[in-house]
Ligand binder design. Structure first.
Ligand code: PAN
Ligand code: ZN
Length: 194
């Protein structure tokens, strides 16, 4: 927790070609093994892990004090690929302060933002360059790359929001995005809440 950090006004630039921001303070990488039991096609997952612990997505962030009033911002890059028929995706999470919202602006690629509330409402919004998705407070969110190029989004959310990954690790999302007849298709997650 870096809520004591002192910062001054700053700028950063987005390097669209290389999918990064200038002077990022954090660079997080998530590989297949970070997503154990999250993909539906378990055999395909096991086979892929045996071959190579593929890099699925990366996050670049600027550091700000993690306190109310400040904003965390950065880039999320989901690489293209599939585990079985399910597209590469982020872990997904609720915010620890659950009623905190987030704005995503798609800069490159094509994806879907899969969202749901604890009460069971769900929504999936397409992400295309220059299109923003507003994720209201209480909605868990996961980015899914449905194209064969990187999906790059800029995100902005309250700095004290925090992340609750546990609920999704335990239950999964109610909906998953898989390729059916060469098309991204939203289906019920057969493993939801098992
Ligand atoms: C984003 C996400 C980022 C990676 O910054 O953290 O896209 O996804 P996971 O955190 O689910 O692995 C965000 O939503 N922050 O709140
Ligand atoms: Zn979030």
């Amino acid at each position: 927790m870096n809520d004591e950090l002192t910062i001054r006004p700053f700028t950063f630039s987005i390097d669209l070609d290389n999918c990064r921001i200038t002077d990022a303070d954090n660079h997080i990488k998530r590989n297949l093994t970070d997503m154990k039991n999250q993909y539906f096609y378990q055999e395909a997952y096991d086979m892929m892990v045996r071959e190579d612990d593929t890099l699925l997505y990366e996050v670049y962030e600027k550091l700000v004090p993690e306190k109310s009033g400040e904003l965390i911002q950065g880039l999320s890059i989901v690489h293209p690929g599939k585990v079985g028929k399910e597209y590469f995706m982020t872990k997904g999470h609720f915010h620890s302060i659950i009623d905190t919202a987030e704005l995503y602006l798609c800069l490159k690629g094509k994806g879907m933002m899969v969202m749901e509330t604890p009460e069971g409402e769900w929504a999936v919004e397409e992400m295309l360059p220059n299109k923003a998705v507003y994720v209201p407070g209480k909605w868990a969110h996961r980015s899914v790359n449905i194209s064969d190029t990187d999906l790059m989004t800029l995100f902005i959310y309250p700095a004290d929001a925090g992340h609750d990954y546990g609920t999704i690790i335990e239950k999964g999302f109610r909906k998953i995005v898989v390729e059916e007849n060469d098309k991204p298709t939203i289906i019920d997650n057969p493993n939801w809440n098992l």
